[in-house]
Ligand binder design. Structure first.
Ligand code: SF4
Length: 185
């Protein structure tokens, strides 16, 4: 029995290389909450961390808006945050437009806004030091925000329109249980 993504073997060639092919699927659907020092998500995330197809797996989960389980090393809350960041990239922002015309301005984006701000300025040719000065961030923070924005973009890029979507696979829990009942849509 395989973990979530490899269940799709036969339709997606990448699943043949998944690191979880021989892992108990329940590992990827841990119970909520921590008990003591034990993080119930840690075992699944350790497997995902060494998986050569984690990007494909994560993209698949994002495309199908999987609402449970660890996919590509991320839980549902982390996947939603990635989708939020991806949606914020390139969004219109008068403050940023003003900064392009007057780089003496200083902005102080909130933590959650930083990836989109850095993304915007990098795509207008600004270097890390200049961005750091304008946004009140360190160069390291700029680099981290850029990496996060790039990751969100890469994981959500591709054929995502409903017309291009393949048939929705059976829900993970249903697949684990070996039933034919599909997920609630
Ligand atoms: S990223 Fe994790 S859940 Fe996805 S295929 Fe790899 S090991 Fe399996």
């Amino acid at each position: 029995m395989y973990a979530p993504a490899p269940q799709r073997a036969g339709t997606d060639p990448w699943v043949e290389r998944a690191a979880c092919r021989d892992t108990d699927p329940e590992t990827f659907f841990p119970s909520a909450g921590r008990s003591g020092d034990h993080d119930p998500e840690a075992p699944a995330k350790r497997v995902c961390a060494r998986c050569p197809v984690s990007r494909d797996c994560l993209r698949e989960a994002l495309r199908h808006e999987e609402s449970t389980g660890i996919w590509g090393g991320l839980n549902v809350r982390e996947r939603r945050e990635l989708l939020r960041i991806a949606a914020s990239l390139g969004a219109a922002d008068p403050e940023l437009d003003a900064l392009l015309t007057d780089d003496r301005l200083r902005l102080r984006p909130q933590q959650r806004e930083r990836p989109a701000y850095v993304w915007f300025l990098r795509h207008h040719g600004w270097g890390p030091r200049r961005i750091a000065g304008a946004l009140g961030m360190t160069c390291r923070q700029v680099e981290q925000a850029w990496e996060l924005a790039e990751f969100a973009s890469l994981c959500t890029r591709g054929p995502t329109s409903r017309a291009e979507r393949p048939p929705r696979p059976r829900g993970p829990r249903a697949r684990v249980a070996g039933t034919d009942s599909g997920p609630a849509s």
